[in-house]
Ligand binder design. Sequence first.
Ligand code: SF4
Length: 348
Amino acid sequence: MRDSDSLLAWYDAHARDLPWRVGPHERANGVVPDPYRIWLSEVMLQQTTVAAVKSYFERFTTLWPTVGDLAAAEDGAVMGEWAGLGYYARARNLLKCAREVAGAHDGCFPDTAEGLRALPGIGPYTSAAIAAIAFDRPETVVDGNVERVMARVHDIRTPMPAAKPEMKAAAARMTPQARPGDYAQAVMDLGATICTPRNPACGICPWMSICAARRAGVQADLPVKAPKKAKPIRLGIAYVARRADGAWLLERREDKGLLGGMLGWPGTHWAEDAPHPSPPLEGDWTLLSEEARHTFTHFHLRLKIATTWVPQETRPNRGDFLPQSAFRPSDLPTVMRKVFDLAEKTLQ
Ligand code: SF4
């Protein structure tokens, strides 16, 4: 039996039930995955866990069941539904990609990794994953789970990230020509459920007999991580103004950059030096004693929060007042939501 066969036999019995997945039995009975659902799930899963993605995926596919529906959606509606998933550039690329597929490709995703990679927001990993899972192409799909499994099965002790090419080469050697889509998902499932970061369940692993790290007794130490760099701390001030009629002063952030295109509170730049106050209107600002804290990929953010009530005729020098009836805190990205949760108590 080939190594891929033992893993596929395990997958046939233990595949995770995921809302975007066509399971091994359905696939064997001729059910074909919907490339739109596979693409959407893969974009959502970049940097985010399966557990966090499930409810977003269900909502998106209910609101926009096809790529054409998503392409026709309003930007603000999609950004609002994406709020909380983080990495907002992905949502902007999601829309760009949907519009390109709906327009230039007549609503059909390209069926090769190369064709997929030409679309906005689809890099080498995502194109390989979609080509394998949606179109059963024998692509090598390597995410964090697969890297861990490869490091252990082949006892790769080079520290990350230098070990990545070695892991990818090992994964490529193991990828079969038969059932490559199921195989790609099987390795991911193995990493997510059996070959977990801590305490891998080697006793019930289908690759127990071929696993070099297990034989050497070093599986829990692999992959070897590079020492972590400390993240810098950036500081800023967010201004939350409420008008006499209950409207909130918000601004849509510029398309480019962090949280681009998302709604937020006007504020200062975020920098490592103490921020210079720059309120969006003249008012009787109160600085809250609590600050909002949030961690992005490259830095920690500490935001002081200033709040004020302003009269009805106030004209801000940035942002717009959004009526209370049109304001959904859930449309805000997580850091802005944290600011709201603290500010709200003082602006009832
Ligand atoms: S035997 Fe253990 S360490 Fe090796 S692949 Fe299986 S779960 Fe991972």
